[in-house]
Design a protein around this ligand. Structure first.
Ligand code: ZN
Ligand code: ZN
Length: 277
């Protein structure tokens, strides 16, 4: 079966390598049916620390037109979807909705991600960064997890996003909560909210090539997704073309044993379940 990779970046975001076209040709080489180009939406409205992690807003129109050009160029070889990974940060959300509006008609889906965990006194914890480890330890790993999942809850309630990006990101550098039961209860609350929202969750394989050596989300959460029939999609979160479709085949073989029967695709925000063979 041909899979699809819905979470990809490019050099436009300043911390990935390769052009959009490089990612598309890599996806063709890997025999994928679709690739979603989902570069970080401009982070101009996040605390200043984060601005460098995305293209500036004035480059976004050319990002969209470049994807459209490549969509046409490769139409006989692969379906190219237009997307973006859009941060959720509570105090910036209304501003985001305003600046993203001109592009909404172009997207097939929006990935919602929390990279910046709001925190009183310091604005935000950059949980995606290795430099944040001492800060997270000092503030308390469990507290950071709870705040992260509360932010995710708020994100889901907005009804603005289609796919939850890297669900359990705070584990990225191998920091795990002490009171895992308490965090699990919070995760179940998040899953209840997703169930009511119609959102999908990605199996993000980038954790497999990072310190944590797990997918996002981890096995127990994936099993809950399957049981609750929450739509699942696939993303490598590639920041280099070589990671396109990373370990998709073997992950799906494993997850099928847990009862997964379909994966979802998006076209113009329409969620379409594709049965697995
Ligand atoms: Zn990135
Ligand atoms: Zn991300």
């Amino acid at each position: 079966m041909q899979y699809w990779d819905y979470h990809t970046h490019s050099s436009l975001c300043n911390h990935a390598i390769g052009t959009i076209e490089d990612y598309i040709t890599s996806a063709i080489e890997k025999n994928l049916a679709e690739i979603g180009i989902s570069d970080h939406f401009p982070m101009d409205l996040l605390p200043e620390h984060f601005h460098i992690y995305a293209m500036p807003l004035n480059e976004f129109p050319s990002y969209i037109s470049e994807i459209k050009r490549l969509q046409a160029k490769y139409i006989s070889q692969i379906k190219v979807k237009i997307a973006s990974e859009v941060d959720f940060f509570p105090t910036a959300f209304n501003g985001y909705k305003r600046i993203i509006k001109p592009f909404l008609d172009d997207f097939d889906y929006i990935i919602g991600s929390v990279h910046a965990v709001p925190w009183q006194g310091i604005e935000a914890i950059p949980i995606d960064e290795v430099q944040a480890i001492p800060m997270i330890k000092e503030l308390g790993v469990d507290r950071v997890y709870l705040e992260y999942y509360d932010t995710l809850l708020e994100m889901i309630k907005t009804n603005f996003y289609n796919i939850v990006g890297h669900f359990d990101l705070p584990k990225k550098y191998g920091l795990f909560p002490q009171d895992s039961d308490k965090i699990w209860q919070k995760i179940l609350q998040v899953l209840d909210q997703i169930e009511n929202s119609g959102m999908a969750v990605e199996i993000n394989t980038s954790g497999l090539y990072k310190n944590v050596k797990q997918t996002y989300p981890k096995e127990d959460i994936i099993k809950e997704l399957i049981q609750r029939k929450i739509p699942i999609t696939l993303g490598s979160d590639a920041h280099s073309p070589k990671y396109i479709g990373f370990k998709f085949q073997e992950i799906i073989v494993r997850i099928k044993k847990w009862g997964l029967t379909s994966l979802c695709q998006f076209s113009s925000y329409e969620n379409n379940l594709i049965p697995l063979d």
